[in-house]
Design a protein around this ligand. Structure first.
Ligand code: ADP
Length: 485
């Protein structure tokens, strides 16, 4: 697959600065490997502060003209970019499976999902309306004009190599901003291929730049530059806090989409089939490696045993393997560190009395494959309930009352996604409103869409991505004009 993608021009291994494919100044490279096989796919440029400063300068140049284009012109470019990505969704999906490991069908699904943000913001570009405010004096007129913030630094993780980029870059471009993207070093290839298509779509050179390599050097250059007016980040809470602190020195706008600790609450009155399907989807998507994956499955005591059995049966039928394999729904974890984290959280839980129903160890396939796991008798004080497991482990916790479930669910610093399963409409409203989470799925395990705002409360982040609200992150209300009439 790699050879075919390479000869078709989908594998790029240099940074992308000012519309040009660019090596690192010192010629250094880093390997990009396939987590399912350990094979090196290619080596990409390993960049740092200097290259990042070049990218910022290119983005600043491009900003001058891109921000002056009409909304309709920007919209056309974005729409074309969307069309090109969709036209190549098979190749981009294959590239993603190669570098990230997720099953091909899921990867192609992410390409469509990622592209949907570009389509949506191509349309939204035309709707950046301002305001006219009734004046306080008879001879005055007050206008509010929304303008793009300027150059944006976008830092993204490996779990969604395309979608985490498009949901930042598309609204930024739609508003008239230009962008320096730093994808994860583990999955830069999808980002580079998408950047290539952006040029083919007519998005001008310098509007989208991609640098990768030394994350902290690149991050520091982005933070230090007064020209970068906005940092948008998806990733770990620890790095997000660093970036937020670093952004203070130049008072940048900041959006953060950080870790979650999603509760999935299953009440006695839930439709068991719906709950099973929903819990399976939210827990095992991307082998559990998403920030909205259920991290704790809270089950009411009346259906606890029944649910645990049925759920274990369903989980045991999940096929694990190379993402290119027929019928595979669970790919490898991203790297050894991810496996070690899962193992240590499991060990902690088992040592404190939790019981593994199925799975619980590395898969016989080797590499970073891990058995889909269900573990019961998990308690709130175990690390498994407190930290994001980011792997295919479903911890089941028991609760008695609705109040107890809400208390357990909110007992965390995170507040991204939560899920509830119940047949009671009253309860669904009551519990949704009591949950301190940015997103709540009711009788539904898959809740991400480009048309609704996505983001967290508490330490899960700041700002929203997707929907018309996602535009505000890249706009300033910067010309409150006070005209004398
Ligand atoms: P994850 O555990 O999902 O990899 P990270 O927060 O480590 O989460 O990574 C998310 C993104 O942040 C990646 O692109 C990574 O390279 C980048 N990153 C990590 N450390 C820093 C840093 N000090 N400054 C800027 N970016 C960073």
């Amino acid at each position: 697959v790699a050879a075919r993608l390479n000869s078709a021009g989908f594998i790029r291994n240099q940074g992308f600065i000012g519309g040009k494919w660019t090596d690192a100044y010192d010629g250094k490279t880093i390997e990009v490997t396939n987590p399912a096989t350990g094979e090196v796919i290619t080596n990409v440029s390993c960049m740092g502060g200097r290259e990042t400063n070049d990218a910022i300068a290119s983005a600043q140049d491009a900003f001058v003209s891109w921000s002056k284009q009409t909304a309709a012109e920007r919209s056309k470019c974005l729409r074309k970019w969307y069309d090109l990505i969709m036209a190549h969704k098979e190749e981009l999906g294959q590239l993603m499976t190669l570098e990230q490991g997720k099953p091909l069908k899921e990867a192609i699904g992410e390409v469509s999902y990622g592209a949907s943000f570009i389509e949506f913001y191509a349309e939204e570009a035309k709707r950046v309306y301002g305001d006219i405010i009734p004046a306080t004096l008879p001879d005055r007129r007050l206008f509010v004009l929304k303008q793009p913030v300027g150059v944006v630094g976008a830092i993204t993780p490996w779990n969604f190599p395309l979608a985490m980029i498009t949901r930042k870059v598309a609204p930024a471009l739609a508003c008239g901003c230009t962008v320096v993207v730093k994808p994860s070093e583990l999955t830069p290839l999808t980002a580079l291929a998408a950047a290539d298509l952006s040029i083919q779509a007519g998005i001008p050179p310098g509007a989208v730049n991609v640098v990768m390599g030394n994350a902290s050097d690149i991050g520091e250059a982005l933070l230090a530059s007064p020209q970068v007016r906005k940092i948008t980040f998806t990733g770990s809470t620890a790095v997000g806090k660093k970036l937020m602190a670093g952004a203070a020195s130049t008072v940048k706008k900041v959006s953060l989409e950080l870790g979650g600790n999603a509760p999935c609450i299953i009440f006695d009155d839930a439709d068991l089939d719906v709950a099973l399907k929903g819990a399976l989807a939210t827990k095992f998507r991307n082998s559990g490696q998403t920030c909205v994956c259920a991290n704790r499955i809270l089950v009411q005591e009346g259906i606890y045993d029944k649910f645990a059995n049925a759920f274990s049966n369903a989980v045991s039928s999940l096929k694990v393997g190379d993402g290119f394999g027929e019928g595979v729904v669970q790919g490898p974890l991203i790297n050894d560190a991810a496996v070690q984290k899962v193992e240590s959280l499991l060990q902690d839980a088992i040592s404190k009395g939790a019981k593994v129903l199925i799975g619980g160890k590395k898969h016989s396939l080797g590499m970073t494959f891990f058995e889909p796991t269900v573990i019961t008798d998990v308690k709130s004080e175990m690390l498994l309930s407190r930290e994001e497991v980011f792997g295919p482990v479903a911890p089941l916790l028991k609760f008695k009352t609705e109040e107890e479930a809400i208390r357990m669910a909110n007992d965390t610093n995170a507040g991204l996604a939560a899920y509830i399963f119940t047949s009671s409409i009253k309860r669904s409203w009551r519990v949704s409103e009591a949950l301190e989470y940015g997103l709540v799925g009711v009788n539904e395990g898959l809740i991400s869409t480009e048309v609704a705002p996505f983001g967290g409360v508490k330490q899960s982040g700041l700002g929203r991505e997707g929907s018309r609200y996602g535009m505000d992150e890249y706009l300033e209300l910067c010309k409150e004009k006070h005209n004398k009439a």
